[in-house]
Ligand binder design. Sequence first.
Ligand code: GLV
Ligand code: GLV
Length: 334
Amino acid sequence: MTPEVDGGQADSSTTNSVLRVGPLKPSLEETLTATYGAERLPDGAARASFLSEHGGGVRVVVTSGRTGVDAELMDQLPGLGAIVHFGVGYDTTDVDRATELGIGVSNTPDVLTDCVADTAVGLVLDTMRGFTAADRFVRAGRWPVEGNVPLTRKVSGAAVGILGLGRIGSAIAHRLNAFGCRIAYHNRREVAGSPYRYAESPAELAATVDVLIVAAAGGSATRHLVDRDVLESLGPNGFLVNVARGSVVDEAALVELLAAGRLAGAGLDVFAREPQVPAELIEMDNVVLLPHLASGTVETRAAMEALTLENLDTFLRTGDLVTPVVSPAPARRR
Ligand code: GLV
Ligand code: GLV
């Protein structure tokens, strides 16, 4: 993988043609620096001078859903051709603005589908069966003193609702199908040929299931799609699992309804203001809290890294992306 040197650009372009925005996997950062001479966009006061000095030479940004590229930064990078994301989510990048400007956007789909779906199933099992709470019970020495833990809820055969039957949602459905679960889903549009029951709205879906699993993409279109009404429809015997984005769920309403006993429990890998987790949730025994680890296995993170570099390298060589969300416009390919 030899990076193409952009001969048409002035002075600093060769060293700064790849820019890192936000923290990335350390081995990816190392490769970007060693192979592509990528620098990291500084924070704070150093940012403005860095951009006025080097912004014109930046051809590709490598970032993740944690940070992304907003419209303001795009406008400061007039030579930008592509925004390459490590991860499947890109809701922190202004994709509408990128599309307007002809800037390509890529992510790393497919390679993390299995691990995110595995995590969703793990959270269904853990929340409904109370494994993590029972582990705390044993560790606290309560078993010999108090005897049994309270009974939990059966997963096999349960009614499951999937909000967002995309690649990840379908992989979750496939797994829970093997548990004999009855599966329904809601998407903006019904999925043609799907074997699962379609619900017209998130609230209708929530009203008919034991556990609602959020697998919809983040971003403004899905913000608070799971609102108070949906959570109330899920009801005091219903569980919520979220492996998508914290923004999809009205977190304040979730906390309030859990505290009031108007939801049975929740399993959350994502939060509204990561890494902040609402203090009330920390105190609840019927809630499983994970630090956004769904894709975090050695195998999957290596595959995500490889696909990130493949997108970068392909764009620099050909002007195309391997897994585009938005294809670069001809004028941006050079
Ligand atoms: C993780 O949240 C991702 O978007 O890949
Ligand atoms: C993510 O890749 C999805 O389509 O759900």
